[in-house]
Design a protein. Structure first.
Length: 145
């Protein structure tokens, strides 16, 4: 954790583990990855006892275009779901709010909705608009609490 963030004593920290972040840790289990997220949140909350943390789920990717991140036998988007489930199980701090945006970015087959993506991994303007619609109300609630 960058001490620069802590020294400014924010009232809200918004976190998300991205698919790119998983590229170097894809050999770790979803639980191991979630444990790293928990450690980060523990550092934040340990140094800022009154901070609120919003942890939002990793976005899916268009797997047909991003196969280099594949873990043998596990689809990327399934891995993303497992990690968020583990984060919710492991992180028990009352100041942490979880927002699951993943379902809004996949279709009925659990494939990423391509209309929201620029390149299969990064959101386009429509994707950012949808993400903002999902996160803004939660952020406002936490800032007003």
């Amino acid at each position: 954790m960058d001490e620069g963030v802590i020294k400014y004593r924010p009232s809200l920290v918004v976190l998300m583990v991205g698919i790119n972040d998983l590229g170097n840790t894809a050999m770790a289990s979803p639980k191991e990855i979630a444990c790293h997220v928990k450690e980060l949140i523990d550092v934040i909350c340990g140094n800022l006892p009154d901070v609120r943390v919003l942890l939002w789920s990793t976005l899916p990717c268009v797997e047909a275009l991003r196969s280099y991140h594949q873990v043998p036998g596990i689809r990327n988007n399934d891995l993303v779901r497992m990690i968020f489930d583990q984060e919710r199980e492991l992180v028990r701090d009352r100041n942490v709010t979880f927002v699951d945006v993943f379902p809004e970015f996949v279709d009925e087959q659990n494939e990423a909705r391509t209309e929201y993506y620029r390149d299969g991994l990064h959101l386009n303007d429509a994707g950012f608009d949808r993400l903002t619609e999902l996160l803004a109300p939660e952020i406002h609630k936490l800032l007003e609490a």
